[in-house]
Design a protein around this ligand. Sequence first.
Ligand SMILES: [Zn+2]
Length: 314
Amino acid sequence: MKVGFHRSSASGRRRVFAACVLSVLAFALTACGGVAARDDDRKVVLTTFTVLADMARNVAGEHLRVESITKVGAEIHGYEPTPGDIKKAAKADLILDNGLNLEAWFAQFVADLDVPHVVVSEGITPMDIGEDAYRGKPNPHAWMSPVNAQIYVDNTARAFSDLDPGNAEAYRANAEAYKTQLGAVRDDLVSAVSALPADQRALVTCEGAFSYLARDAGLTEKYIWPVNAEQQATPQQIGSVIDFVRQRGVPAVFCESTVSDAPMQRVVEATSARFGGVLYVDSLSEADGPVPTYLDLIRHDATTIATALAGASR
Ligand SMILES: [Zn+2]
């Protein structure tokens, strides 16, 4: 086939001409695509996961283009960036990451990039992971406290003002308005849980991702494994949760949207607890799902937890 293109025959020349026309068309389409993209001359901010992207959009308003590197539903701790992610990041103006060892892949990801990045959890008081190989390490899920989320928002507003000083006032005003909403969602969380009898305020989940939320809400936390990783849900870990559920008479247990709930179903089979529902922590849902925004995520989790522990579900 290739040989045919180089043959100096009439049909060969026609084919070359046809190929050139197609190339020109393809080039024109690419160029048009490029022009369309250049119409949006806003600076581009990437975040490591969807929750941070939503917070960042609330601060950015219409002034910046914000995208998440990992997609909805992705496992974010041990994510493996694609060549497309690296290409996109190389053209970005700023990258926001959570820090606290959440994104195991991030240091390597940015090592060869000439793009500034800002750790949005800077300034929160970390809670330690109390168990296993993680003992003494910070629990990375600090955004699950809406109070911490206010610090994330301040850090984001500061980073945006440095990136785009002309709109600094808008970022500050957007951040203040959003922080008011975060305060309200925190109050709703606390009042939902405080309506439960004191002995039913126990939160049993797959990953130990709810320490900050449990602290804010006044829940005792128990989980199967501390952080999503390859070695999780050992018989010892499941046995320990079964003992806890039996001793406390916990009425309902939960698992998160980004992992299999099979290990928690074994707890359900071995105890009198029901499966209370899916909680969201490491990812938002799609726009038409239950938690398209971070505020929805906290509201959804608070309602799911309070309803199931009160025995009102099923
Ligand atoms: Zn997690």
